[in-house]
Structures are given as C-alpha cells and as structure tokens.
Design a protein around this ligand. Structure first.
Ligand code: FE2
Length: 381
C-alpha cells in the first residue's frame, strides 16, 4: 500500500511504494496532468503549452486513496487525479547511474551463438498479420534483424514486407535497387569477393534505418549472407579497452558518397553513437564510404586509428557472426543503425539476384508498439 508525503514548500510529493520512494515535482505533475483540459480525450495530445502553466506552480494539497493520487495545484486552484500505476510506470526518481554504452531493455545483444536461433517468420503467416507478425516484429526489435521464409519469387515482393510495418525510403538508388551478380570462374576474383560487414549508407543523415534484401535467384555456391551485431561489437570493444570505445564515441567520423553525377552525400557522425546519458543508440561502419576523418585532435588520431582497427577486427571475428543462406523467396531485414551485414565470397559459377530497399525503423517500432498495446488492452478487458 502506497503512502504519501508532501514537501513543506509544495515543490514535490513523495510516494512510498513497494518499489521504494518515488519523488515527483509539482511542475512535472502539472505538465503531465491527464485531465481533459490538459490532454485531448481522443488522441491524447497535450492541449496547453508550458507557458500556460504558472512558473510558481506548487502543490497546495494532495491525497492518496484507492490507487489514485489527487493533487490540487496552486496558484491555479486546479485539482487533478493520477493513477498510481501510471506514476510508477513513469517514475524518474532513483535511476542508477548507468555505464557508458548501456542498452535498452527492449534489445538483446548477440554473437555467433544466435546461429541456432535466427529470428524467422513465414511469409504467408506474416502477411496475415496478427500474432505471427507481432512476434516477428518483437524479435526484429530485440535482435536488430530477422529472416522471412517461403515468400513468392517475384519482382517487387520485398515491398510486401515493408507494407507489414512501414514505408519505403526512396533514395538516389531508386525505390529499390538490384543486386545482380554473374559468378563465373574467370571473374571470380572480382565479383566473388566477400564484403566486409558494414552498415549501409552512413553518408546519409539520417541513415536509412531499415534495409530489406530479398533473394530472387541464387545458383552460385557460397555467397551466404552474414550479420554482426554492431552493439555487441561496440560493447566488446568497451570491455577490452575503454579508451578505444570512448575515442570512437567522442569524435565524429566523416562519410561520403559522390560516385554518380549530381550526387554528393556527406555526413559527420561518430562510428559509435551514444545518447547524452550514455545509451548506445547507433553504429556506423563502412570502409568503402569512410572519408578523411578531420574531427579528431592530432593527439588522439593514433588512438583513434588503433580503436578503428580493433573494432574492425572484432567485426571480422567469426565468433561474432551469424550466417545464413538465402534461397529464392527468402529475405532478411536489418536495423541499419545497429546490425552490420555482408556477403560471403563465392565458391563456384552461377547467378545471384537480390532486390534491396530501405524502410523506416520508426514505422516498425510504431507498428509493433501499437499491436502490443492492443494485446494488452484486450487482455485487460
Ligand atoms: Fe550493404
């Protein structure tokens, strides 16, 4: 059973719950009031701006009863009720200081151990929506990639995958791009080369957040797809050498692509991106489009290159990679802000035809969260 204590100046209240003491400021409570004059009943949008709330807002009276906190704010004389459950779910008091590079509970980092558990959905089941789609989206969110099996072998089928959760992001490469390779022994050295694992298009700002690659033809031996968790790689770097992690997080790299007429894409962003509170939120790694790095002080450039080299070695380590072969009608999707992808080299002759496109991670998360809320509401009814 929760109990209540009001700060004598009315600046905050303390709720003592079984999860500990949670303090809430008067101004925070007032700004987050759920009453219909503050929040629109239909869409939940806030109807007032902070300027509409007096700067000297304070708690004139408060009362706790039956899982509801009632607060009267001065000088407005306005009374508002809050669900204690909501307050507990939105508490900001008592967060422990977290290590630089902490990650959200919604994700789980992985290495080659995930080879046995590649998140995979069946095309027809995912296309029907419902639980199958929700579970697959949950896994894609958690691991940053996922496979789709048993899809149609037809031009443009990749767009049907994007339709499940979001929208195509069109770029100068078009709405989709073709990855066609003729593999024969005479040009093996050229076309059959494996690529180092990378994130796509780090020279864009913002980067494309989701990539879909769809297999339409694959007769050459080899050419498997491989993915590496960029977050796991960054955290391994941190655990090995904190200075390496910090120098890559604290300085911007430069990326550039100007390989066709009328295109000059440039960006200035770190290889390891952290939120202001240290949360690991993005990795950019692409040897082909790295430009001259000019934002690292002279005294730190040698350290920067040592860190960049070590991060590359970690990414190349087979212990980090999950590998799978895609057959016609199969596809995979990656969170391009986190998971690196690559193609392995070929061993024989044949053809390989993939179609790729970019899409939006915010759409994916929104679709998943909306499905999750619907399920929670149904369960509560
Ligand atoms: Fe790529």
């Amino acid at each position: 059973m929760a109990s209540l204590n009001i700060d004598p100046a009315g600046q905050s209240v303390t709720l003592s719950t079984q999860n500990g003491d949670l303090r809430f400021h008067a101004i925070w409570l007032r700004d987050n009031a759920p009453d219909p004059e503050t929040r629109a009943v239909g869409n939940g949008q806030r109807l007032i701006a902070l300027r509409d709330i007096p700067a000297d807002t304070h708690i004139a009276a408060a009362d706790l009863a039956g899982g509801t906190l009632s607060v009267t704010f001065g000088p407005e004389g306005k009374s508002v009720s809050y669900s204690v459950n909501w307050l507990e779910a939105h508490a900001y008091d008592g967060h422990d200081a977290r290590a630089r590079g902490w990650t959200s509970d919604a994700i789980k980092t992985w290495d080659a151990g995930l080879n046995d558990g590649v998140p995979t959905g069946d095309f027809a089941a995912l296309d029907a929506g419902g639980d199958a789609l929700r579970n697959w989206l949950e896994q894609v969110t958690r691991y940053g990639f996922g496979k789709v099996a048993s899809g149609p072998v037809e031009d443009g089928a990749l767009f049907r995958i994007v339709d499940w959760f979001g929208h195509v992001r069109e770029t100068n490469y078009g709405r989709k791009f073709e990855v066609r390779t003729e593999v024969n022994p005479t040009n093996l050295a050229f076309t059959g080369l494996g690529l180092q694992a990378h994130t796509d298009n780090p020279y864009r700002d913002p980067v494309p957040t989701v990539q879909v690659l769809y297999c339409l033809e694959s007769t050459a031996a080899g050419g498997e797809n491989m993915v590496v968790d960029g977050f796991a790689a960054a955290l391994r770097l941190r655990d090995e050498n904190e200075d390496y992690f910090n120098v890559l997080a604290d300085h911007c790299a430069r990326f550039e692509y100007a390989g066709e007429a009328g295109v000059c894409l440039t960006s200035r962003r770190p290889m390891i991106e952290l939120a202001p509170d240290g949360e690991l939120i993005g990795v950019r790694f692409n040897n082909r489009s790295m430009a001259a790095v000019t934002d690292v002080p002279f005294d730190k450039m040698a350290l920067y290159y040592a860190a960049y080299r070590r991060l590359g070695e970690i990414i190349d380590d087979e212990a980090m990679e999950v590998t799978f072969r895609l057959n016609p009608g199969e596809a995979f999707i990656v969170d391009n802000t986190r998971v690196l992808h690559a193609r392995k080299g070929y061993a024989g002759a044949g053809t390989r035809w993939f179609q790729g496109c970019y899409a939006d991670k915010d759409g994916l998360r929104s679709t998943y969260d909306a499905m999750l809320r619907e399920t929670t509401l149904e369960a509560a009814e």
